[in-house]
Design a protein around this ligand. Structure first.
Ligand code: ARG
Length: 475
């Protein structure tokens, strides 16, 4: 927040500075109130659309020349001017102005300053409404590619961890109660699958948003003989938006993107929660390295899993962005409404939050040490193979419901005598059911429990080995 305020301050022009002319000053007789300028400006945050705004403008100018709407010479001067402006922005010498409202006007104003009135020809057959729709789509294409890659990198870390700890068993939980033993690798690869679907959601989103809106003008199209398909091709879009009003007025693609971000965060948050639990003294399954934890200012013994906690916390922020965008759009009549300027901050924040969370998370996971003995001990819990005992009886011909009942009684008996299922004497078992023989002990070992779960998608080591082989090839 502090940074944002500082950035906004830097943008506010000095009191004495001459006021920049507004592009729409023609029909106005009074100057804009300073507070209104501050209130309506989007430049404090939309400045970051500049690479897309400039790339889009260069292609637009080229198209105008191709269509003989402006001359080739004019287009070349505009292009060179825009390239210089790009350099100024990158070098940090460009002066952004709040009076000029947004990134589009800042760049156009500077262009006219640099190359003269011919710069004013750039906005031919274009409106800021289709321009901003273009910029956001181009920005999102890059963000999607980046996040898609970060997800793949995280998946790679998960596969590596699973591969290095193939034989490690830990309790699988339901209701956070020990349920059945599973392979640690199997547990990790559950997240691989989640992140794989997250990548799929981003790909879907990309496909729908990669349509070119320019040419929609303010809302109704243009009377000039533009070539939208050329612009689309040059800018790498797979087609053009078919309806000019839709092109400038929907932000469903941004909502879809943030929804995908929200689910990525939800998945990361669940994994965070597991890391938080696993690194407690109570679990003791993992240690997160010093580089990814922080200490307490009062309790010298503390080592806190802050990265995991903050990832969990930031999830709420991304959900907030999704809610903000959905709420922003719900009551808007067609076509463009100024409300839509409010789409940018939540959108940028969601993209930034997801990128940063994924980056730090992958690094943290690489640094985690796994305490296989503690996991194993927890998995040896006396009753964790109760389902296997029921399945044993089923294999001997007992209906499952009846077997469930028998095993329940066995657990009760064990609790009375402080036994585990693996240490209850055979005579006791046989009092519960004559179907139970000496071979029961093998059947309810943790090894057997895991090894026998060979159903497709089950936790058996053979399955894990096969899956890892596939995934290692894929990555
Ligand atoms: N800054 C505006 C936005 O981000 C650009 C479009 C402005 N269009 C307009 N008709 N005022 O939405």
């Amino acid at each position: 927040m502090a940074k944002k305020i500082k950035a906004a301050k830097k943008l506010r022009p000095a009191k004495k500075a001459p006021r920049a002319a507004k592009a729409w000053s023609g029909r106005f007789t009074e100057t804009t109130n300073r507070l209104v300028e501050e209130f309506t400006a989007s430049i404090p945050y939309d400045w970051r659309l500049y690479p897309y705004d400039i790339a889009g403008s260069i292609v637009h100018a080229g198209m105008l020349a191709r269509q003989r709407i402006i001359t080739r010479k004019e287009a070349d001067r505009i292009t060179r001017g825009l390239e210089d402006i790009l350099k100024e922005i990158v070098d940090g010498t460009f002066e952004f102005s709040t009076e000029l409202e947004d990134i589009h006007m800042n760049i156009e104003n500077r262009l006219i300053e640099k190359i003269g009135p011919v710069g004013g020809k750039l906005h031919t057959a274009r409106s800021r409404n289709d321009q901003v729709a273009l910029d956001i789509r181009m920005y999102l294409r890059d963000e999607i590619a980046k996040i898609h890659e970060l997800l793949a990198a995280l998946q790679k870390v998960l596969v590596g961890l699973a591969d290095r700890h193939r034989d490690v068993v830990l309790p699988g939980y339901t209701h956070l109660q020990r349920a059945q033993p599973v392979l640690f690798g199997h547990h990790l690869l559950a997240y691989y699958e989640m992140f794989q679907r997250d990548r799929g959601r981003l790909e879907d989103c990309f496909r729908r948003l990669n349509m070119m809106p320019l040419g929609a003008g303010a809302l109704a199209g243009t009377v000039l003989p533009i070539d939208r398909k050329f612009v689309a091709r040059e800018l790498g879009f797979s087609g053009v938006c078919e309806n000019s009003m839709d092109a400038v007025s929907d932000r469903d693609f941004a909502i879809e993107f943030v929804a995908a971000c929200a689910q990525i965060m939800m998945h990361l948050s669940r994994l965070s929660e597991e890391l938080v639990l696993w690194s407690t003294s109570e679990f003791g399954f993992i240690t997160i390295s010093d580089a990814f934890t922080t200490g307490s200012s009062i309790m010298p013994q503390k080592k806190n899993p802050d990265v995991a906690e903050l990832t969990r916390g930031k999830t709420g922020r991304v959900y907030g962005s999704l809610t903000a965008l959905l709420t922003l759009m719900k009551g808007l009549p067609l076509a463009y409404n100024r409300d839509m300027q409010e789409d940018k901050e939540p959108l940028f924040d969601a993209a930034d939050t997801v990128s940063l969370s994924l980056s730090v998370f992958a690094e943290m996971l690489k640094s985690v040490s796994i305490h296989t003995e503690a996991m194993r001990r927890a998995a040896e819990d006396g009753f964790i193979t109760a389902t296997d005992l029921a399945d044993y009886l089923v294999r001997k011909g007992m209906p499952f419901r009846e077997a469930h009942e028998v095993v329940g009684r066995a657990v009760l008996r064990c609790l009375e005598r402080h036994w585990g299922l693996g240490t209850m004497p055979l005579e006791e078992y046989q009092r519960l059911s004559p179907l139970i023989r000496e071979d029961v002990y093998d059947a309810i070992s943790v090894e057997a429990s895991v090894t026998r779960r060979t159903s497709s998608g089950g936790t058996a080591p053979a399955n894990l080995a096969r899956r890892l082989q596939t995934l290692k090839k894929r990555l």
